[in-house]
Design a protein around this ligand. Structure first.
Ligand code: PEP
Length: 252
């Protein structure tokens, strides 16, 4: 059975003290009320990853990075390698987020290389795909997502692809307060699963978690997660408040 996952993408938010406070609050809440059957992942900025991995030793949370280098090591100033992430017990890493595509020129080819780096160190890539508003309005959303998936992931073999988590994040829903409807999410998630089925077969397609991201919050999570092909969420803004983040994780 595929995993249910709720992952919090903190983006470039929080100072050291604020990050420490947020992690402490998450720890307090789930120590009293453990979350059942859902993998809770926090993805803080890189300087705070170790704070999070320390907390992960005490309570049942998992830690993800927000980015990784497409290179393995050496003279790449400012980059963080998959090996470095693994050495501090990071288990997940977001790849190909639309903000990285937009502001840092990350391409599907970069996504493909980053995924390979992560898999080499047994870190689970959370690979983002999704169309922008113009693409949806033009009716090109399926083509855009197919392109992200085919070019970012379809170089992987049957074993490797099963170590990946996919996040469908329509760009027009990210940080806008306008989430995809439950029907729009299910429609795209089942399309993604169909792509996986055509390439890798039904058993593999059924084993891969596909998360929804884009203005998902404690009010709409229940409806979104009720869909058969929605296995959880990648949460931005609403993951910055411990109580709401945990409420989202309890929305299955
Ligand atoms: C995100 O950036 O991954 C995201 C889903 O953001 P938000 O929840 O704030 O829309």
């Amino acid at each position: 059975m595929r995993k249910k996952i709720v992952a919090g993408n903190w983006k470039m938010n929080k100072t050291f003290t604020e990050a420490d406070d947020l992690l402490f609050e998450i720890k307090e809440i789930i120590s009293e009320n453990p979350i059942n059957g859902v993998e809770l992942v926090v993805c803080p900025p890189a300087p705070f990853l170790e704070l999070a991995t320390d907390v992960a030793e005490e309570v049942d949370i998992h830690v993800g990075a927000q980015n990784v280098s497409s290179f393995s090591k050496g003279a790449y100033t400012g980059e963080i390698s998959a090996e470095m992430l693994e050495s501090i017990e990071v288990e997940y890493c977001i790849v190909g987020h639309s903000e990285r595509r937009k502001f840092f020129g990350e391409t599907n080819a970069d996504v493909a290389k980053k995924v390979e780096q992560l898999l080499e160190f047994s870190i689970t890539p959370i690979v983002c795909c999704g169309e922008n508003l113009e693409e949806r309005e033009a009716g090109n959303h399926f083509d855009v997502v197919r392109n992200h998936i085919e070019e970012g992931l379809f170089h992987l073999n049957e074993i490797e692809i099963q170590q990946v988590v996919i996040a469908y994040e329509p760009v027009w829903a990210i940080g806008t307060g306008k989430n995809a409807t439950s029907e729009q999410a299910q429609e795209m998630h089942s399309y993604i699963r169909k792509l996986l089925l055509e390439k890798y077969g039904n058993e593999v397609a059924e084993s891969i978690s596909i998360l929804y991201g884009g203005s998902c919050n404690a009010k709409n999570a229940f409806q979104l997660f009720a869909n058969i092909d929605v296995d959880g969420g990648l949460i931005g803004g609403a993951s910055l408040k411990a109580a709401e983040f945990i409420e989202i994780a309890n929305s299955f």
